[in-house]
Design a binder for this molecule. Sequence first.
Ligand SMILES: C[S@@+](CC[C@H](N)C(=O)[O-])C[C@H]1O[C@@H](n2cnc3c(N)ncnc32)[C@H](O)[C@@H]1O
Length: 302
Amino acid sequence: MTDPEDKAVGGHQAGAERPRNAPLKGKDGVRLPARYRVNPVTRNPNSSAGEVFLVGAGPGDPELLTLKAWRILQSADVVLYDRLVSQPILDMIPDQVEMVHVGKQRSDHSVPQAEINRRLVDLAKAGRRVVRLKGGDPFIFGRGGEEIETLAEAGVRFQVVPGITAASGCAAYAGIPLTHRDHAQSVRFVTGHLKNDSCDLPWNDFVQNNQTLVFYMGLVGLPVIVRELVAHGMSADMPVALVSRGTTPEQEVVSGSLRTIVDEVQRRDVPAPTLIIIGEVVKLRHRLDWMAAVQGGDSAAD
Ligand SMILES: C[S@@+](CC[C@H](N)C(=O)[O-])C[C@H]1O[C@@H](n2cnc3c(N)ncnc32)[C@H](O)[C@@H]1O
């Protein structure tokens, strides 16, 4: 039976045939249904005030950029972007758009957060149409909330465009469903950026059965994460996958268990960014690694 929540957004019934002449695409590119064309992203002719668009760029594959993000980027005056935004996405931005790289690397905050916030306000107040472009989704470990708080306080108009977060992108491209009725009824996104080796996280909650843990920024803290999970009762045989440079042509997946993953990652010396997925769902990768099939190679499952 279909869950009433499963109705397609926008009213088109899942599984139903698309209505004839539905204006979803055309020779001239992408056309949207009329009510989506009442366009919130065109310039307001009655106002000289600028605006900021907080936009998620997704995890790397340029085709995972949303149509809305792409459309906004085409008409930006200036784009402030992070290190994690992939080069093919930057290459899609028209040449006349001013590009400002604002960081950040784990240990190298090229432009401090307060300075980024101030620049966004100043640029918008100068009447510019500003895109703040971030890797993944701006509201998932992206400081997007902090940036728009500053804008709200300064009275600057803003809009938010979500992106595909690394957890969704990496899990999908690694063939690991984050939830599964037989293995995981919930999923947690956790920061693995442990301040001063601190273990100040709710480890007891993490070791519950039937959930998937996804650690962002966890490469450096991996030994601590493994140690704490086992110390709090998780089986050392729990499957783990570490996805490096997920969704890009350089994607690598290192898999093992809590017992083996630290040595395996050290041995392979995998480059950042990496995402760590812990849970029974990781076992499914052996059967679901569609990417290896698409690339025509042997299964990349380890
Ligand atoms: C500061 S967080 C930003 C997360 C981002 N806002 C998102 O929604 O994906 C950076 C972390 O995201 C993860 N990450 C982002 N892109 C990734 C990718 N392509 N492959 C693996 N991990 C990625 C890594 O854990 C990285 O340390």
